[in-house]
Each structure stands twice: as C-alpha cells, then as structure tokens.
Write a protein that binds this ligand. Structure first.
Ligand SMILES: [Zn+2]
Length: 145
C-alpha cells in the first residue's frame, strides 16, 4: 500500500514486524488526517483519502477482504495475513468516511482525540467528561483561586 518502505519478499521476522507497524501507523495517520479535517469542517485532503481507498482496493483485488453478503461492509478473509489486516483497517476508515454523521464528528479541544457526539443536543465538547472534561474543570477552578 502506498508509501510503505517495506520491500516485498523479505522474510526476516523482525523486519516484518517493523514493516507492519509502519504500515498500520500510515493507515492510522491517514485516517486521523481525513477525519480531523472533517471534524474541523473542512474537506479532507485527497492524498490521505486516496491512500485509504487504495489500500481498500488492493485488499479487494487480492481477496484479502470481501463484501459481507449484501451488507454495506467488508469482511477480513485472510485473518493471519499482514496485508489483509492492513487492507481491513483501511477499509474500516473508508466505511466510516461514508457512514459517520459528519456533523457529529468532533475533535476534543483538550487532547485532540476525535469522537462522535452522540448526545441528544449535539453540544458535547470533550472526548470524555471523566478525563478531559474534569481536567478542564480543575484547570478553570485553579485559575479562579
Ligand atoms: Zn479529550
């Protein structure tokens, strides 16, 4: 997939682990960039989006992932195959790109994590009230002392 620095055919186990880690990281970074820009109300950059689409397409073309019957989701077929896992992760992001309610996608102003605001009023601010919400309250309280 795309920008991987791995060379196919290398069988060294440690190299493969590093290689897979780098590719998982690349999918994660592309996903974070796509959904981060959407949460900011901007259109996603084409490069990370095409990286995710390309990974999904490769997984479909190689039979690593396939449609789950008539459902609008993809299934991981080659479970112990690294390329299949990478393709599946990319496919999950592509699926989320088309199915997540964009108007409810938020970025926590304290930690930067992305979350889906499922509150009734749609005014949730923090990724978690137990962590970032409480830390913000504590910070504000200290400012007033
Ligand atoms: Zn947070």
């Amino acid at each position: 997939m795309g920008t991987s620095r791995c060379s196919p055919g290398k069988s060294d186990r440690q190299h493969n682990r590093r290689c897979v880690g780098g590719r998982v990281h690349a999918v994660r970074e592309a996903s974070a960039e796509v959904f981060g820009t959407i949460a900011a109300g901007k259109p996603p950059a084409v490069q990370p989006l095409s990286f995710l689409f390309s990974g999904t397409a490769t997984g479909l073309a190689t039979g690593s992932i396939e449609p789950n019957g008539a459902r609008p989701e993809l299934t991981l077929i080659k479970r112990w195959h690294f390329d299949a896992v990478i393709a599946f992760l990319a496919a999950l992001s592509v699926e989320a790109y088309f199915t997540l309610p964009r108007e409810r996608l938020r970025s926590c102003p304290r930690c930067g994590w992305l979350f889906l605001d499922t509150s009734r009023g749609g005014k949730r601010r923090w990724c978690s009230m137990q962590t970032c919400g409480n830390r913000e309250k504590v910070s504000r309280h200290r400012e007033h002392i």
